[in-house]
Design a protein around this ligand. Structure first.
Ligand code: SAH
Length: 354
């Protein structure tokens, strides 16, 4: 089945590559796996592998649309503004957010940064007027940007370093039987570990995501030069921690990331603690990193669920369960975080105070 979807199975390509040139880094393994995974299917569709907040309920995209609109109005209703979404999936969030924005006179041009051809086809149907980009470099150079990235950064490949009795090494991937395993690489990597963390116990793993850091750096630069605001929403932590958070999900279940590369969604928790200072280093305002549940409540998700339930009583129970899924502490409410950024002369934004 996979051979039909994406040509030669990725596992076979990895085996050949490793046999010829030696172990590959975990970052390489994750990057190639996700490139294959996303471009060969719609992971969010009916028979998909996982579900995201905008697919759970329209309320999610609507509240994001309201947040962006409020920022834009307070900043003076500048024209020539762009809506930029990174990894827009099925385009659902953009559709819900921009429907709300339009009611208040905000009708930005729409730019999608998307690597997957399979998902681009679906986005074309949802948002026919959008423009597509492979990365951020081709985004328009003028005009404020309203940037949204939901569950985008977690899909970018992580690099892992492990402490061994011989010092710090990068975690590399090699085949073992019919799967892959991680081993410590042969090159010393001590110089890549911050001084304060170098003396950790053997076996300690430090995970970093250069792609997430580069994305936030680039977005922050655009906000400084062009104005605007950004929301990064993802599961992750806002304090430094050790350990691997690599995981694989297939058909709504956690599976082994080292079996069948390219057939499951590989993700890692987003290290928001590192990302905020990267944004600030460019002069952008970090509005805060807050739990998704609290943020959505401050934006009025409870009133929105109630209002929708009154209009359509037959959907009341479904709306309440969607609301609970998005804000419940044991569900998405605490693990998911919302990080807000804004240009220096833009307002503070709802949901990031107190
Ligand atoms: N934001 C959507 C989809 C999340 S899934 C939602 O909330 O439903 C991750 C999204 O990021 C997909 O659209 C995927 O194709 C895209 N993506 C993953 N890695 C990418 C990369 N390196 N460059 C661009 N897009 C990427």
């Amino acid at each position: 089945m996979i051979a039909e979807e994406g040509g030669e199975p990725l596992a076979a390509i990895f085996r050949r590559l490793i046999a010829n040139t030696g172990p590959i880094s975990l970052m390489h393994y994750m990057g190639e796996s996700n490139a294959r995974y996303y471009t060969s299917r719609d992971p969010l569709g009916g028979a998909g592998d996982f579900i995201t907040a905008p697919e759970i309920s329209q309320m999610f995209g609507e509240l994001i649309g309201l947040w962006l609109t409020d920022m834009w109005i307070q900043a003076g209703r500048e024209q020539g503004v762009h809506y930029v979404e990174l990894g827009p999936g099925r385009g659902t969030l953009a559709k819900d957010a921009l429907r709300v924005a339009k009611r208040y006179g905000l009708e930005p041009t729409v730019h999608f940064v998307e690597a997957s051809t399979a998902l681009k086809d679906i986005q074309l149907e949802t948002m026919p007027g959008a423009q597509w980009h492979h990365d951020l470099s081709s985004l328009p150079p003028y005009g404020p940007m309203l940037v949204v990235a939901n569950e985008f950064l977690d899909a970018l490949p992580v690099r892992q370093l492990v402490k061994t009795p011989d010092g710090w090494r990068e975690r590399m991937v090699v085949p073992e039987g019919d799967r892959f395993v991680c081993i410590a690489g042969s090159q010393p990597m001590d110089a890549a570990v911050p001084e304060a963390r170098r003396q950790a116990a053997d076996g300690t793993i430090i995970e970093t995501c250069p792609g997430a850091a580069a994305t936030v750096y680039e977005v922050a630069g655009r906000l400084i030069e062009q104005g605007g605001a950004a929301l990064f929403i993802d599961y992750g932590h806002d304090s430094l921690r050790d350990g691997s958070t690599l995981q694989a999900v297939r058909q709504h279940l956690k599976v082994d990331p080292f079996v069948g590369p390219g057939e499951a969604d590989l993700t890692a928790h987003v290290d928001f603690a590192t990302l905020a200072p990267i944004a600030q280093s460019r002069g952008v305002r970090w509005l805060g990193t807050v739990p998704q549940g609290r943020w959505l409540r401050e934006l009025g998700i409870e009133a929105r669920a109630q209002a929708l339930g009154e209009v359509a009583p037959e959907h009341k129970a479904a709306l309440e369960s969607a609301r609970d899924r998005l804000i419940g502490e044991g569900q998405m409410g605490l693990l998911f975080k919302v990080m807000g950024l804004a240009a220096p002369n833009w307002p503070g934004g709802v949901g990031f105070h107190g």
